[in-house]
Each structure stands twice: as structure tokens, then as C-alpha cells.
Design a binder for this molecule. Structure first.
Ligand code: TMP
Length: 208
């Protein structure tokens, strides 16, 4: 049977890594074969593209070049990693996917959602996550956490308004696609977020 494709999204500093670790344990305790990956990135070549996207450079990256690099990395990741794993029955847990493109390049940078949807169709050919977890947090809190972690990348240097648009876009996507998306309030204690995440995923994917 084909593996399930789970993605996890949210603004910077929302706690994706911690919650991915919880999901990893859940899959393990259910005896499921899984792979953890991330976007942009996930293959050696796509990780090089990630480097281009996150680096703060003297030459500003154009908004369109940014979008195309995101999808170039995604095309490579899908062909070389995600699709073969799913076809082999392995579940794929991916730290960000195309919802991040609608949120960051669309709502954040102001690119037309139709343009993004066109590239989505070209690159993914109908492939969508089975479940998307959206960790929701006020970006002011998220950016405080991200700043405490160390040097900021090219996206993290954006103003708070940019991340407010990103957050709102994620919430809009979740409202439009409630069957695929689950919003988890990440402003609560770590233990409460974990509990809510695990019960949601158990219920949605019929796990124990
Ligand atoms: P990360 O910090 O969660 O690893 O993600 C790297 C950055 O890449 C994050 O700031 C969001 C950004 N990003 C986009 O702008 N568009 C995308 O499609 C993806 C997947 C990530």
C-alpha cells in the first residue's frame, strides 16, 4: 500500500522540530516505516537550492526567482525522494511543503496564488499531502524564539507584518481544506501541544 504523506507547517519559531519528534515516536509505536524530510531541501541537490534561498546575499533574489527556486527544489525532492518512498509504502513526514509557498511567496511576497497553483500542478501533478498539520502561533512570539536560536536567515529577517500575512494564509488554507488540514494552537504549553497534536493525528490517520 502507498505510504501516507504528512506535512507540517507554521511561522518561524512555532516548534516544528519538537513536534516532528513527537510524530516520529507515534509512527514508530505504530510500527510504521517512515522517512523524515524537509523543504526546501530533502536531497543533496535540493539542499543546495535551499542554501541559495536562505542565504543573505548582496544581490537581492527576485521574487519570481525565489518562487522558481522553491519549485525547482520541490520537483527534485518529489522525483528523487518523496514519490519513491511513498510508492514503496513508506510514510513521508515533511517539514513544510507547498502550503509554505502559498503562505510565503503568495501572501508574504504578494505573488498571485493562481501562478503558484499553476506551478503546483506542473510539479506535483495532483499529488497532495494526506494530512497537513498547521502549528498556529502569533508571529511575535515565534520570532522571539527564532531570534533566541541564533543568526537569522533571509526569510527570518522579514518584518512582523510579513509573518502575520503568512499566518493568516495558513489559517485560510485550513479553513478551505478542513479534511486535509488540522490547526494546532501552538501557544499552549509544550505538553498540551503534544497531547493535542498526537490525538489529532491518531484520529485523522486511524493510529493507536
Ligand atoms: P525552515 O526555517 O522551516 O526550515 O524553512 C526555511 C524557510 O523557507 C522558511 O522561512 C520558509 C521558507 N519557505 C518558503 O518561503 N517557501 C516554501 O515553499 C518553503 C517550503 C519554505
Amino acid at each position: 500500500m502507498r505510504g501516507k504523506f504528512i506535512t507540517i507547517e507554521g511561522v518561524e519559531g512555532v516548534g516544528k522540530s519538537t513536534n516532528i519528534a513527537h510524530l516520529k515516536h507515534l509512527l514508530e509505536s505504530n510500527g510504521i516505516d517512515y522517512a523524515i524530510t524537509r523543504e526546501p531541501g530533502g536531497t543533496p541537490l535540493a539542499e543546495k537550492i535551499r542554501g541559495l534561498l536562505l542565504a543573505v546575499d548582496d544581490e537581492p533574489l527576485s521574487v519570481l526567482a525565489e518562487l522558481l527556486l522553491v519549485f525547482a527544489a520541490r520537483a527534485q525532492h518529489l522525483e528523487r525522494f518523496i514519490k519513491p518512498q511513498l510508492d514503496a509504502g513508506i510514510w513521508v513526514l515533511c517539514d513544510r511543503f507547498t502550503d509554505a509557498t502559498f503562505a510565503y511567496q503568495g501572501a508574504g511576497r504578494g505573488l498571485d496564488a493562481k501562478t503558484i497553483a499553476t506551478l503546483q500542478e506542473l510539479v506535483q501533478n495532483g499529488l497532495r499531502p494526506d494530512l497537513t498539520i498547521i502549528l498556529d502561533l502569533d508571529p511575535v512570539v515565534g520570532m522571539q524564539r527564532a531570534t533566541e536560536r541564533g543568526a537569522l536567515d533571509r526569510f527570518e529577517l522579514e518584518q512582523i507584518e510579513f509573518f502575520r500575512r503568512v499566518r493568516q494564509c495558513y489559517l485560510n488554507i485550513a479553513a478551505r481544506e478542513p479534511n486535509r488540514c488540522a490547526v494546532i494552537d501552538a501557544s499552549r504549553s509544550l505538553a498540551e501541544v503534544e497531547k493535542s497534536l498526537l490525538s489529532t493525528v491518531r484520529q485523522r490517520l486511524d493510529l493507536k
